[in-house]
Design a binder for this molecule. Structure first.
Ligand SMILES: [Fe+2]
Length: 391
């Protein structure tokens, strides 16, 4: 048996070497399989999705089927991150590589590398050459940092002119992240729509080194391609909701689901947001009870699409109670398409700021004060909110 296996392996190796010899210098690689002289083209990205203090997901597209890896440089040290799914290296046009085990508050350089797979045969698949993105740097969030700044937009609703106007107002060197509060779309039909109406103009402004944080809106639950969206704005956690420790800010990015009950006829019994939101609430409850950064940070900020927590059987009572208990200072939301601000009241112990559709919010936090400045798409200062720390 062993001898037979060895013979087979030898035969395979000889076959591979023969192919390499036939292929000649075009392959230009000493691989024991066929390598065509063709490279993929990076057509979108790369960009950083849902950066944290220790991880980030890198996303990009190629024009032809490829497999992907990311080279991460820290000084002279190079680490390779290569994804696998059920033991297989993913081959496709969309690439997601999650980097984990990073050091908080540290600058890294990365390159996205895609290697062409010409034909995915069971044995001796035909390969091609690799294409790499230009090296780009990013800095992981620092839970111990003295400052944090992020820029917020919402409800861009497929209007690329709106996106371009708002992106020009962002102070990119001074912002740690771009936060989109959902409803980038009317509904989602295709991959091209996803890039053309949102990610392409956003990534063009953001570049490869600033992260995008995304809070899903109700419109993102609709349309034939809605079920694929998470693969384009992935979080290392694999969920649309997560927490980020950004210096003085403990940021909670939440998914407020739909704005109508699951049994509303327009959904044709295809929605199950009730158990989904219950799981999200359970996660938030556990996180609030266990996170040291949430407990000790000068500010807790919730970023979500619908400022009233979205449609829920209890109208959001459990969420409001949990936010009060967790000492949330600010909820920043969208959905209404116009600005509003409500100070804390008897029901809510937090400030509620709803950002308008053609507005940019810049959130700046020190250990003593959290400031939100809301600008019009012409750069006019519309509102300033200053929240002192409770400590
Ligand atoms: Fe909405």
């Amino acid at each position: 048996m062993k001898a037979a296996r060895t013979r087979t392996a030898l035969a395979s190796l000889c076959f591979g070497l023969a192919l390499l010899a036939v292929q000649g210098p075009a392959g230009a690689q000493s691989e024991p399989y066929k390598v065509f002289d063709t490279r993929p083209v990076i057509t979108e990205g790369p960009f950083l999705s849902a950066l944290s203090d220790t991880s980030v997901s890198v996303v990009w597209m190629t024009d032809a089927p490829s497999h992907a890896k990311v080279l991460l440089r820290d000084g002279d040290t190079v680490r390779e991150f290569e994804p696998q799914v059920d033991g297989l290296v993913p081959v496709g046009l969309r690439h997601v590589v999650t980097l984990s085990g990073l050091t908080p508050g540290k600058q890294y350089s990365y390159e996205a590398v895609a290697t062409r797979v010409v034909k995915l045969k069971p044995y001796w698949p035909d390969k091609g050459l690799s294409a790499s993105s230009a090296p780009a740097t990013f800095t992981t969030f620092n839970p111990q940092g003295k400052r944090a700044s992020f820029s917020v937009v919402t409800d861009t609703h497929e209007d690329t002119g709106r996106i371009n106007r708002l992106m020009k107002l962002v102070d990119w060197p001074g912002t740690d992240a771009l936060l989109h509060l959902g409803d980038a779309f009317h509904w989602l039909d295709t991959e091209e729509q996803l890039w053309a109406k949102w990610l392409r103009p956003t990534v063009a402004a953001m570049g490869p080194g600033k992260p995008l944080l995304f809070a899903r809106g109700n419109h993102e639950l609709r349309g034939a391609y809605a079920r694929h969206l998470a693969g384009y704005v992935p979080a290392p956690e694999g969920t649309y909701y997560y927490a980020r420790a950004m210096g003085p800010v403990h940021l909670l990015v939440l998914d407020t689901g739909e704005d109508k009950p699951d049994d509303t006829n327009v959904y044709a019994r295809l929605n199950r947001t009730v158990p989904y939101r219950e799981a999200e609430l359970a996660w938030l409850r556990a996180h609030a009870a266990s996170s040291k950064h949430l407990a000790s940070a000068p500010f807790r900020v919730v970023a979500m699409h619908q400022g009233d927590w979205g449609w829920l059987p209890d109208n959001g009572a459990a969420w409001t109670a949990l936010a009060n208990q967790a000492r949330v200072d600010l909820v920043i939301a969208g959905h209404d398409h116009e600005f509003s601000y409500r100070p804390p009241d008897q029901a809510r112990a937090y400030h509620l700021l709803v950002l308008g559709q053609d507005q940019l919010a810049r959130v700046d936090a020190t250990e003593r004060e959290l400031t939100v400045r809301v600008l019009s798409d012409q750069g006019l200062l519309l509102h300033t909110l200053k929240i002192p720390t409770r400590k």
